[in-house]
Design a protein around this ligand. Structure first.
Ligand code: IMP
Length: 203
């Protein structure tokens, strides 16, 4: 089957792997923007959808290819939805200019110390653009509900996975294989929905 090239507006290794697992069997070659020398775009907006459109447009403009962008994060009820769009840089400070997943997780544990309300959800907004000037982006949103643990468990995945407990499956996202996570995750849900719309868009 001929592979259709799509630039992915992310260099996050965890996301690249998740998108490849889902899109390669469907005939798409997912090229992370970094492989094309495209720098990351600013994410200055307060909503996932605005950031996702900005990222997809930037990647499509600089590559000349259709682009797929995801803006995602974890929203914690007891924190009024934070870290939200700030998830990747939650622990950012003058001392930590480039916080790691471990830094972000440590801060989340600290913020929820002795807090009984542990509900949270991951959210993923996907945007697909045929070109920089595409006036009709495909947009798809997925949510994944769970609870924040007091201590990390598991070593798969990335980001907040070791703290994200899924009651229905009695394990954290970091205790799932990538296939298992894709079946239920915010990103998997959003991508499956996007894929139902793609054939109408791509000719
Ligand atoms: P983005 O690259 O601006 O979309 O930031 C997404 C951030 O949200 C990541 O760096 C993670 O911290 C977090 N995140 C999003 N999706 C996931 C996931 O599936 N597992 C764990 N953390 C995630």
């Amino acid at each position: 089957m001929p592979q259709r090239k799509i630039v992915l507006a992310s260099n996050n290794a965890g996301k690249v792997q998740e998108f490849n697992t889902l899109l390669t069997p469907l005939g798409f070659e997912v090229i992370p923007q970094g492989l094309l020398g495209i720098p990351s775009c600013e994410e200055p907006f307060p909503t996932f959808i605005e950031n996702a459109i900005a990222k997809a447009r930037h990647a499509s403009k600089l590559s000349g290819l259709p682009a797929l962008a995801d803006d995602s994060g974890i929203c914690v009820d007891a924190l009024g939805g934070l870290p939200g769009v700030l998830s990747a840089r939650f622990a950012l400070s003058d001392q930590k200019r480039d916080p790691s997943d471990a830094d972000n997780n440590a801060l989340l544990i600290q913020k929820l110390l002795e807090c009984a309300q542990r509900q949270a959800h991951f959210t993923c907004t996907l945007v697909f653009l045929e070109s920089e000037v595409d006036p009709e982006p495909l947009i798809s949103v997925g949510h994944w509900y769970g609870e924040i643990l007091e201590n990390p468990q598991g070593s798969s995945g990335f980001g907040y996975d070791p703290l994200f407990w899924v009651p229905e499956l009695q394990k954290t996202a970091a205790q799932m294989s990538s296939e298992e996570k894709n079946q239920v995750s915010h990103r998997g849900q959003a991508l499956r929905h996007l894929l139902t719309q793609l054939p109408k868009k791509i000719v």
